[in-house]
Design a protein around this ligand. Structure first.
Ligand code: NAP
Ligand code: MG
Length: 501
């Protein structure tokens, strides 16, 4: 079966690959109007995979007009909810049927381990689309309590044309997180993938169309952030932008909105997430394996990566010993297309250089390097960095303050609970946190004191599709991804106040 992960199936899939390298606008693949293209690379080899259409403001305008036309025509926005649900469910089915192809595309373009793409990212994308689809015909609107001479109805209406500007670390999953609620609520969408990772997204557009999403309702435009991304932010006829990426670029979308049509802006941005380990833990092996997953899953290219380990001084040495042992035995770095590998390549050379410069800074600042710290597999032409752990970090250390978005963990010790909370909260971010304790009171006190959108207790993760995901402080703005809460964000609320006579 093609949908199992074996070396042979992966090799056959690579043989069969066809790249969708054009923009998908109004139900068709088209080149950029300018005719320009740009190269996308395989970060595990440094080689060019293919050339992609380089869309810019002109293409965004064409897509916005198609999206508006589809919206006004009501082909999706006014479709019977059960029908819209069936099409999105079919879309989810098609994602599952093409799981191996999508997983290979993500692995070769982003350097992500194929087993993660195949077992986590693509199934999660399908599940997210299906979950939001299933909600479509289960959400009721409201009649509010008024005097008997009035009928007051509050309805949710799709907001209209939605822009989505996305990052490269979880390309398909982020498409699911934005498209799921935006399409479920009846909007038209214009989506710009990160320039480093467009190929799974253009294929997803084709699958959505095949499932029955009408022309103009979903448009995918590969291109640069500074051209296509900015054009989406500035467009006068886009009603909302959902953005996932860095805090720095997120800030620009607020400026674009202010300078254009006051479009709504939803921002999911960076993180510098604490993992707090209290002295009463029972099972140090489980804690260590989660600490490693939090720090190094997806090579640490993860907004909710637990990149600051804040551990009680009495158990620090024992925990670090176990962490280092498991890192050695359980974490294999290598070719992202090898199903046994769980640490692939960093996404591009410039990003690898940035990660290595943080490692150099940590050494210069006198932190203790426990493991890693080097570029490896250089002969492959790819951008691989060892998982790296620094001890003796302080609240002032650069790698404690700044998001690295790579496989670098900083360790700090504490003596009191108050100190642990202060360290955990000493950041401009507030996306996620994990807490380890077996004391019920400690868990409640501390999880309430930690300022983060998601606090996981005695595990690392992000909840599931039923839970909202997003950040406090400079990690987010305007809303949440996932869960039923996301639906409201892609809707306007309308009051209809009827005076009865
Ligand atoms: P990024 O540089 O902010 O890019 C995100 C998107 O914005 C890309 O599509 C990018 O285009 C575009 N962009 C760049 N400059 C722009 C501009 N001037 N105007 C409009 N759009 C512009 O982020 P990234 O490097 O792809 O991803 C890493 C960041 O994403 C990290 O900070 C991470 O924490 C964050 N992240 C957050 C979440 C979350 O849910 N909170 C999830 C994943 C990632 P290009 O293709 O040209 O780069
Ligand atoms: Mg970037």
């Amino acid at each position: 079966m093609a949908n199992t992960l074996t070396q042979e199936n992966i090799a056959q899939q690579i043989e069969r690959l066809e790249y969708r390298n054009l923009a998908f606008i109004d139900g068709q693949f088209v080149p950029a109007r300018s005719g320009k293209t740009f190269a996308t690379l395989n970060p595990a080899t440094g080689e060019v995979i293919t050339q992609l259409a380089a869309c810019d403001a002109e293409d965004v305008d064409i897509a916005a007009k198609a999206a508006r036309r589809a919206f006004e025509a009501g082909v999706w926005s006014k479709m019977a909810p059960a029908e819209r649900k069936a099409i999105m469910q079919r879309f989810a089915d098609l994602i599952e049927e093409n799981c191996l192809e999508l997983a290979v595309l993500e692995a070769i373009e982003a350097g992500k381990p194929i087993s993660e793409c195949f077992n986590v990212d693509i199934p999660d994308t399908a599940n997210t689309i299906r979950w939001h689809a299933e909600a479509i015909d289960k959400l009721n609107d409201a009649v509010t309590p008024t005097e008997s001479s009035v009928l007051s109805i509050v309805t949710r209406e799709p907001i209209g044309v939605v822009g989505a500007v996305l990052p490269w670390n979880f390309p398909a999953m982020m498409v699911g997180w934005k498209l799921g609620p935006a399409l479920a609520t009846g909007n038209s969408v214009i989506l710009k993938p990160a320039k480093l990772t467009s190929l799974s997204t253009t294929r997803l557009a084709e699958l959505a169309f095949e499932a029955g999403v009408p022309a103009g309702v979903l448009n995918v435009l590969p291109g640069m952030g500074s051209t296509a991304g900015k054009a989406i932010g500035m467009h006068p006829d886009i009603d909302l932008v959902g953005f996932t990426g860095s805090t720095e670029v997120g800030r620009m979308f607020l400026e674009y909105s202010a300078a254009s049509n006051l479009k709504e802006v939803l921002l999911e941005c960076g993180g510098k997430n604490p993992q707090v380990v209290m002295p009463d833990i029972h099972d140090i092996k489980t804690v260590a394996s989660n600490v490693l997953a939090a720090a190094f899953w997806n090579m640490g290219e993860n907004c909710s990566a637990g990149s600051r380990l804040i551990v009680h001084r009495s158990i620090k040495d024992a925990l670090l010993k176990e962490v280092l042992a498991q890192l050695e035995s359980d974490w294999k770095l290598g070719d992202p297309l090898d199903p046994e590998v769980n640490l692939g390549a960093l996404v591009e050379e410039a990003h690898m250089e940035k990660v290595l410069s943080y490692i150099a800074t940590a050494k210069k600042e006198g932190l203790t390097l426990l493991t890693g710290g080097e570029r490896v597999r250089k002969e492959s032409g790819g951008y691989f960095v060892q998982p790296t752990i620094f001890d003796d970090a302080t609240p002032e250390s650069t790698i404690v303050r700044e998001e690295i978005f790579g496989p670098v963990l900083a360790v700090m010790a504490f003596d009191t609970e108050e100190e642990a909370i202060a360290l955990a909260n000493d950041t401009c971010y507030g996306l996620a946190a994990s807490l380890w304790s077996n004391d019920l009171n400690t868990v409640h006190r501390m999880s309430s004191a930690i300022r983060a959108g998601t606090v996981t207790v005695n595990c690392f993760g992000e909840g599931d599709i039923t839970t909202p995901f997003g950040g406090f402080k400079q990690s987010g703005f305007g809303g949440r991804d996932k869960s039923i809460y996301a639906h409201d964000q892609y809707c306007e609320l309308k009051t209809t106040w009827i005076k009865l006579t």
